[in-house]
Design a protein around this ligand. Structure first.
Ligand SMILES: [Zn+2]
Length: 214
């Protein structure tokens, strides 16, 4: 994982008296996972945000990042977008937060898409390093990105390596699958253990049922 991204996802953020970080600890106080896909002690599977961003994002734009950091929190949203577009000849395409949709990342982030006249895509990223979702975001970092829509490919998928078929994680309870004697999930059609993983980070593990849900 690149140092820029490792630093971004573990940057200390301000603590707030009304958030719950004091109780549960802040993300920046936890270690970065070693593997892109991992299973926590309760049996839940996650995609590591650091590995996801590392695979998704291209190079950091120092020029865009420096200016974004200078003005991001000094103006309201419309004014920030206008100034940022004007300075670099960019066009704003929209913003979203992983908090708004189903995903399996172990840490959230906010993103905003800008494109230039040649349709080169730039994602402005602020990762959520605090505890309460309303606070605890880093300052913005702007990266060149290929296929920006892959930012939404942040859910776990179930895959049978023999049949080359991909399934939703919600299908695991269906009759297409059963559990073997060691607790791994097997595809009924071919008798093979299925994998759980994510296309962006290109990492897959054998899927084991446990105390937790997927
Ligand atoms: Zn199969």
């Amino acid at each position: 994982m690149r140092r820029t991204i490792r630093n971004l996802i573990r940057k200390p953020v301000s603590h707030n008296i009304v958030d719950s970080g004091m109780v549960y600890g802040y993300i920046h106080e936890h270690k970065v996972p070693k593997s892109p896909i991992y299973r926590d002690p309760f049996g839940y599977y996650y995609i590591s945000l650091g590995h996801f961003l590392d695979a998704l994002l291209g190079r950091l734009s120092s020029r865009y990042t420096q200016y974004a950091q200078e003005i991001y929190y000094s103006f309201d949203r419309d004014e920030f977008i206008r100034l940022f577009e004007e300075k670099f000849g960019l066009h704003y395409r929209g913003a979203d937060n992983t908090y708004n949709f189903d995903n399996d990342l172990d840490q959230g982030f906010n993103f905003e898409l800008f494109v230039n006249d040649k349709d080169d895509e730039y994602l402005l990223i602020r990762t959520h390093n605090g505890c309460d979702i309303r606070w605890g975001y880093t300052e913005p970092y702007v990266f060149h990105v290929y296929e920006a829509e892959r930012v939404y490919y942040c859910s776990l998928e179930v895959y049978c390596p023999v049949c080359c078929m991909t399934f939703s994680k919600y299908d695991i309870d269906s009759d297409d699958f059963k559990e073997d004697s060691q607790g791994f999930v097997v595809h009924n059609t071919c008798g093979t253990r299925v994998l759980i993983g994510n296309d962006v980070v290109e990492d897959y593990l054998e899927l084991r049922l446990g105390d937790g849900e997927i």
